[in-house]
Write a protein that binds this ligand. Sequence first.
Ligand code: BGC
Length: 509
Amino acid sequence: MGMGRGVVMGLAVGCAVATCVVAAVLVGRRVKTKRKWGKVVRAMKDFEEGCLTPIGRLRQVVDAMAVEMHAGLASDGGSKLKMLLTYVDSLPDGNENGIFYGLDLGSTDFRVSRVHLGGGTIILEHEIECHSIPQHLSTCTTKDLFDFIAMTLKQFVEKEGSESESIPNKNRKLGFTFSFPLRQTSISSGTLLKWTKGFAIEDTVDKDVSECLEEAMTRTGLHMQVAALMNDTVGTLALCHYYDEDTVAAVIIGTGTNACYVERTDAIIKSQGLFTNSGGMVINLEWGSFWSSHLPRTSYDVALDEDSPSRNDQGFEKMVSSMYLGDIVRRVIRAMAEDSDLFGGGDAPNLSEPFILRMPLIVAMHEDDSADLAEVARILMETFKVFKVPLKTRRLVVRLCDVVTRRAARLVAAGIVGIMKKVGRDGSSGISGGRAKNIKTKRTVIAIEGDLYSEYTMFREYLNEAVTDILGDDIAENIILKEFDHRSSGIGSALLAAASHSSHQAYDI
Ligand code: BGC
């Protein structure tokens, strides 16, 4: 029996209607998706604008840094910059002799080292061991942390060769790099002001950390003397100065960030009557806590700060150091994923996990130069446990990495120029004056250490470029940024132990 004409017609109309409905749904979805993606694009634009660091703004940050340095030198608490005295008034000059030890505690890794100095900038032997600090020790008790460190140091000393074995225990001199804010009372002692970088051992605050270490060494049966206690920036400055006496400052840009520089004692107004043979002293800025309204801060920075245990503190560090950059990127991705489907419709369960996007992942994604950004996709899939990362999402994430990295690098550059301004090496006529023409600057060396600078090409290039942009080619030519690796502060601490050793006449600054 054949179908009637009416039935056929009816079916055809039905099919057409169904097709139209499907098409309408598809178009509707596409419009919705487009609208949602439009929101992401706008959010990206807003974020980019919020992170902008045009040269005018960088100059304002330069000035703010120099002004805050003055304020911090004028009185304790006069600025967010602590401008801490280090009691280092002479730096190694290459003539140091003998065997010295270094201990470097500043993040979840710590290093023990032995350096045999031969005079004439010759390092005859340098042995270094790197150990991880078990996670629980960064939040336990002072005794547990220092016992662990002392025991590791003891094991290191016991392994040494015949030459150093002949040194009686009590004559072994140790340089102790302790990379947290310290109020020093001498070159070899100082109390902890606060922990940073995720460490939180309450009973260490206000304690003399050299004493804590010496007591722990005594408990383990190791009798070594802390000859010099210093911040990692100071250790790096010491090493750079050992090779190059034009060194005036050092900067660390790693898990945390900080800088130190050589200041004239008469400029340290808060310590009236301070006298050093050299007329100078190294000052630890603790610039991680620098703050200025000129810093380009976004709502994501505010949220990161609010969620951190150190609210309203370490503001600069939270915008520039490797501990935080990945988390800024993660926060932006999370906000965008709430507005649009970034991951092909699936959930991203790990997107809410703080600090999951660590720095090496940011570097790898930013440096992925493949056409389909395969590495970016792999990292996002593994980290956030997603099944699909469309190409446009990959591109977006790379752009985010770029924006956050560029802002950080340029702000650090402004900080560096701020120090140059304070010491009169920026080609301007000082803190109150504007840019002066034809001022000749001396060759000025700044030591730089930290994974952001040494292992992240884009960061390094952005930083170098910004220093030149702010200073201009002529002045920038004389400002030399010398790169050091993570072992530098450890060697530097041994060098400072040597330089502070009474028998040696070190180079006065
Ligand atoms: C600390 C500084 C240290 C810097 C780099 C900061 O968090 O406060 O003392 O120099 O990290 O390690």
